[in-house]
Design a protein around this ligand. Structure first.
Ligand SMILES: *Cc1c(COP(=O)(O)O)cnc(C)c1O
Length: 393
């Protein structure tokens, strides 16, 4: 890469030409060009804007249909979805949950709400998601099976669940991870918050374990303002999920009877209305995002910059495109220049083990996680104002 006074002008001008914009270019902005307005108005006119209403059920059915999961339960955000998925997967106070240190904080927050302790294994460099080899090595070194459950010999705690994450919508090696979890009696819960529209073969991410969870925050591929979804193939667990996310109220014509401590995690009807309209546009969005990813990929290849790529046989939703720079100095210079020029770019997350709350958690050295942490940058990935133009190039 050439070093001059403006070393990354080539990147800024390419991004500007793709978006056809001279002003600020955000990392990811939502698109509301379908029935969003109409469904919101319908919702307000019906008076059902809050915890009761038909849009929630409709949105749940859309997600179930789209992902191929048998059941979907809407929640107030993706963190809440993951929290409940873990609780229903059997995670209890003082258990351990294996996850990746290279993830957004919500993964670790959710597992901490159950009272469990996170343990971190490394990611693969290509997928940026949990490495099945690292998981297997960790278990072989530190765990043993007692009565069909995995126990950590080093810490003396039960390993109740494993939470891999599909980073930026790139599917991780989830089939291998699922096989290892099954062998060790560990519940698999997929954090699919970033991977709506991503597949391994013909199977949608989030459907490989006991539960998957999705997020519809404002920066995700589709948004409900704030929102989340739990998916599962188990009818009993789906009913439990609905029950405890809606205050654990026993149905009754007028009495308030609750049979356990529940949560007010239900998605308001207003947000679900937005979700229904967004789901109608998702296949179109995925096409545009594919076109953006292809243009970036061709461009950065010419410029000799590595880009995150999808595994053979998998399909990514291309939520956020990511480049891999040579080292931390290059990364920092790229971030400073692009952001200064009004082109929003962001580094990948700090490793969870760098944060005060998770500093003392057990981990396996996290070699690839550290390598990626120093080099990966997300670049603008929204649907442009004139997507038709993009599709013609
Ligand atoms: C967005 C996200 C979540 C959930 O976030 P919410 O803002 O609570 O919807 C969880 N995990 C990951 C990796 C995410 O990116």
């Amino acid at each position: 890469m050439k070093k001059s006074d403006q070393p990354y002008e080539w990147a800024v001008s390419f991004i500007r030409s793709m978006y056809g914009e001279s002003g600020f270019i955000p990392l990811h902005r939502p698109v509301f060009d379908g029935n969003e307005r109409q469904y919101l108005v319908d919702c307000i006119d019906s008076n059902f804007v809050s915890s009761v209403g038909a849009k929630v059920t409709e949105f749940e059915q859309q997600i179930a249909d789209f992902t191929g999961a048998r059941f979907a339960v809407a929640t107030v955000n993706g963190t809440a979805a993951l929290h409940i998925a873990l609780q229903l997967a059997g995670v209890k106070r003082n258990d351990e949950v294996i996850s990746q240190a290279l993830t957004f904080i919500a993964t670790c927050n959710a597992l901490s709400y159950t009272g469990a302790h996170p343990v971190f294994v490394d990611v693969d460099q290509d997928t940026m998601g949990m490495s099945p080899d690292a998981l297997e090595n960790f278990l072989r070194t530190h765990a043993e099976i007692r009565n069909g459950e995995a126990w950590n010999k080093t810490t003396g705690r039960r390993i109740a669940a494993c939470v891999p994450m599909h980073t930026f919508g790139l599917p991780c090696r989830i089939e291998a991870i699922a096989a290892i979890c099954a062998e060790w009696g560990i519940a698999l819960v997929e954090d699919a918050a970033e991977s709506l529209g991503s597949y391994v073969g013909s199977r949608h991410t989030g459907t490989f374990g006991a539960f998957g969870s999705f997020s519809f925050n404002g920066n995700k591929i589709i948004t409900t303002g704030g929102g989340g979804m739990i998916v599962t193939n188990d009818e009993t667990l789906a009913k439990r999920a609905k029950h405890i996310t809606t205050t654990a109220k026993i149905p009754h014509p007028f009495e308030f009877v609750h049979d356990e401590i529940g949560y007010n995690y239900r998605l308001p009807n207003l947000n679900a209305a937005l979700g229904c309209a967004q789901m109608e546009r998702l296949p179109w969005m995925l096409q545009i995002k594919q076109a953006i990813a292809e243009q970036y990929s061709a461009f950065f290849q010419r410029m000799n910059v590595r880009m995150a790529t999808v595994l053979p046989g998998c399909k990514a939703n291309n939520w956020l495109n990511a480049i891999v720079l040579d080292d931390k100095a290059e990364r920092d210079a790229f971030l400073a220049y692009t952001n200064d020029q009004g082109v929003m770019t962001r580094p990948i997350w700090r490793l969870m083990t760098e944060l005060e709350m998770f500093r003392n958690c057990q981990h396996d050295g996290l070699e690839n996680s550290r390598w990626l942490e120093q080099r990966v940058v997300n670049i603008p990935s929204s649907v442009p104002d004139n997507p038709e133009k993009l599709m013609q190039v």
